[in-house]
Write a protein that binds this ligand. Structure first.
Ligand code: G4P
Ligand code: MG
Length: 176
């Protein structure tokens, strides 16, 4: 599978362009909800532009004994989520919309808290057949960049960040 390397610089620019599109859309979030762990850094950069607090949730495909599961489960969730999120406009953030299963799970859970509005932001959407779907209550999906079914290599996974950046400069460049 083709690999695409992204530097922190490229990620930051993508987040800036997402924030610009959020502002243009008229969707004004009260709170950012980051899906860990891939959504943590994108959510933090979005906060720089949108200036809203971040709550974090953890979702995993592995149980506590590291055994794989068929579907995502909560490993960490917002305390008193109902109280904090009901009536709020939520921007849910993750790094990539791949199968959409995690995003379907998280949006469906958040909608049970009766937010005033719910939108999703991802750095990357892979244009492929999706196993999950966004429920009716999701008003906007903001995408930094549309991709095919490639493997995205994020800078926070790099063991050697300088070698990673060299790859990103060679092939991973994108016009914004
Ligand atoms: P989705 O609903 O957002 O589409 O996510 P999905 O459950 O399909 O994704 C399963 C895991 O695979 C997620 O990580 C997701 O970030 C990761 N993933 C999917 N495609 C890529 C890719 O091209 N590159 C990288 N680096 N990761 C990808 P996770 O289990 O949530 O782990 P975490 O890394 O976010 O902690
Ligand atoms: Mg993830």
């Amino acid at each position: 599978m083709e690999k695409r390397y992204y530097s922190y610089q490229m990620i930051h620019r993508l987040a800036q362009s997402i924030a610009g599109n959020v502002k243009k859309s008229g969707f004004e979030p009260d709170v950012i909800v980051a899906i860990g762990s891939g959504g943590f850094i994108p959510a933090r950069i979005l906060r720089t532009y949108l200036k809203k607090p971040i709550l974090a949730v953890g979702i995993a495909y592995y149980d506590i004994d590291d055994r794989p599961m068929d579907y995502p489960r909560k490993v960490q969730w917002i305390e008193e989520a109902e109280k904090q999120l009901s009536g709020k406009r939520i921007l849910l953030v993750d790094e990539v919309d791949d199968s959409r299963v995690t995003l379907e799970y998280c949006t469906t859970e958040l909608l049970t808290y009766r937010p005033a509005a719910l939108a999703v932001a991802v750095l990357h959407n892979k244009q492929k057949e999706k196993r999950g779907a966004f429920p009716q209550g999701v008003s906007h999906v903001f995408v930094g960049e549309e991709l095919g079914d490639v493997w995205i290599v994020y800078p926070w996974d790099a063991l050697d960040i300088d070698a990673h950046d060299a790859h990103a400069e060679q092939g991973g460049n994108i016009a914004l």
